[in-house]
Design a binder for this molecule. Structure first.
Ligand SMILES: Cc1cc2nc3c(=O)[nH]c(=O)nc-3n(C[C@H](O)[C@H](O)[C@H](O)COP(=O)(O)OP(=O)(O)OC[C@H]3O[C@@H](n4cnc5c(N)ncnc54)[C@H](O)[C@@H]3O)c2cc1C
Length: 446
């Protein structure tokens, strides 16, 4: 039978949401977090980093009854605003229905809110500045260290839910014991976050869009914040002629921006100083198997399946994990069978979104400039209007249809791409869509 007490390691984005869902079911949950309490102002200070929240994340936040508090933090984004080197920026809408939007949300504000909401439950105990240093499955020991006093202490490991992020120490310790295999597939592109400050308290670009400056081998993006600023992220190869390694001086940074992002440069007065002081982040996909050790430990969120950020789905997927585990609690009495069922259900979906996220990088930095891609995007929306139950663009399935799993979105997306390619062949490179052929292919294949 299940114990009524659980450990959660990591109070990032998924940890507090999971704590809420478990506490609602009457579990006593203790959450151990290495960092300080985000509710205290000293820890809340910092740069404004934002995330795209979409249907899967919203569904999870609604399920946890926190969406009313989250709503005021959101800025709706209708599409991608593409900034080409020359000419005016143009909006590529994400979807075609009123509600087909994604939302920019500040990570700090969301994090704080989730921690505050979790703390309301008497069954949730939040322990900050407590770092997990070991998870020893054989001895059933979870080893923690108080970051302030350096005191180390042990607790029973069973059951522990590890939401300790992409670099998961729990995963690393279990891998060291030979209990799971894990590897991180690093992208050869890194990122750096920068700022477009507000002018007289207002956004300097249209706030209802995710701005992209696609430049084939690299790109800049910017998401709006509620305080009038934008957080921009530069994605660039680590090494090579146009790379982070090549940007050794402030002058070189300035020259790159003047050449590649001339309309963004005047909006970034602190570019040189920010470039020098902000960290250069790595991006990668985590592959780990298995995700659970019997009924003792389960990896969830980024700890199990961190992905590159180009589909804006890492947090959304981590939140979806929490809902899946919650639903499975209805059907499983034992932790082991619960963890097994969770892994069976989530692994194919995690693999699918990991792959789609990598593919989306090419789309964002390159294909959005390709007339063939733009034509097919327009056709996909047209086909969705004509066959709404059968043809849904893959991007829409991932972002707006929380009821379609990632694996199913990828499978259907591949069939749809074959159909679009056939229609492309038939059009001979013109914009003329053969409606008869489209109907026949869609009826037969979808
Ligand atoms: C540049 C970038 C942009 C992104 N944009 C988006 C986006 O637009 N949309 C989206 O959905 N996702 C996005 N993501 C992904 C998203 O940030 C993650 O998927 C999400 O944070 C995962 O949540 P998590 O709770 O699993 O991990 P995290 O939020 O990373 O939380 C892990 C927590 O564990 C704690 N911890 C670590 N080690 C220990 C230890 N030893 N002991 C105790 N606690 C520990 C950490 O301090 C942290 O609080 C982006 C990621 C990056 C890098």
């Amino acid at each position: 039978m299940r114990t009524r007490h659980l450990n959660i390691v990591g109070a990032g984005l998924a940890g507090p949401l999971l704590a809420i869902l478990l506490a609602r079911r009457g579990f006593a949950v203790t959450v151990y977090e290495r960092r300080g309490d985000p509710r205290s102002s000293t820890h809340a200070a910092g740069r404004s980093i934002n995330l795209a929240l979409a249907a899967r994340g919203i569904r999870a936040l609604e399920h946890a009854n926190v969406m009313p508090q989250v709503r005021p933090l959101l800025i709706a984004m209708r599409g991608r605003m593409i900034h080409e080197l020359a000419g005016p920026a143009r909006l590529l809408p994400y979807g075609q229905r009123e509600h087909e939007l994604i939302y920019s949300i500040g990570r700090g504000a969301l994090h704080r809110l989730l921690v505050e909401e979790a703390a309301r439950y008497p069954g949730v105990t939040l322990q900050f500045e407590q770092a997990c240093v070991a998870a020893e499955a054989e001895r059933d020991a979870l080893v923690l260290r108080d970051v302030i006093t350096s005191r180390t202490y042990e607790l029973p490991l069973t059951p522990t839910l590890a939401t300790d992020g992409a670099g998961s120490p729990v995963r690393t310790r279990l891998a060291e014991q030979g209990l799971l295999a894990a590897r991180e597939e690093l992208l050869d592109h890194d990122y750096k976050e920068l700022t477009l400050p507000a002018a007289a308290g207002r956004h300097v670009l249209a706030p209802e869009a995710l701005h992209i400056w696609p430049r084939h081998g690299f790109m800049l993006i910017a998401l709006p914040n509620t305080d009038g600023t934008f957080t921009a992220t530069l994605f660039l190869p680590r090494t090579g002629p146009c790379s982070f390694a090549a940007l050794r001086t402030e002058r070189a940074v300035h020259e790159l921006f003047a050449r590649a992002f001339p309309d963004a440069l005047p909006l970034m007065p602190a570019l040189g100083q920010e470039f020098r002081t902000h960290p250069q982040g790595r991006l990668g996909t985590v592959h780990a198997a298995p995700w659970h050790i019997g009924g003792r430990v389960l990896l969830m969120g980024d700890a199990a399946h961190a992905i590159v950020p180009f589909h804006g789905q890492g947090m959304n997927a981590a939140f979806e994990d929490c809902c899946v585990l919650d639903a499975l609690l209805d059907r499983h009495e034992r932790w082991e069978s619960l963890f097994e069922a969770f892994e069976a259900e989530r692994r194919p979906n995690a693999a699918a979104i990991a792959q789609m996220a990598i593919e989306n990088y090419g789309e964002m930095r390159e294909r959005v400039l390709d007339p063939r891609f733009l034509r097919q995007k327009a056709w996909a929306l047209e086909l969705e209007r004509r066959f709404p139950d059968r043809f849904i663009p893959r991007y829409s399935m991932v972002m707006f249809h929380a009821d379609i799993s990632y694996a199913e979105a990828r499978r259907r997306g591949a069939v749809q791409q074959e159909i679009l390619d056939r229609l492309e062949e038939r059009s001979g490179g013109s914009d003329r869509l053969d409606h008869e052929l489209a109907r026949e292919l869609i009826t037969r294949r979808l």
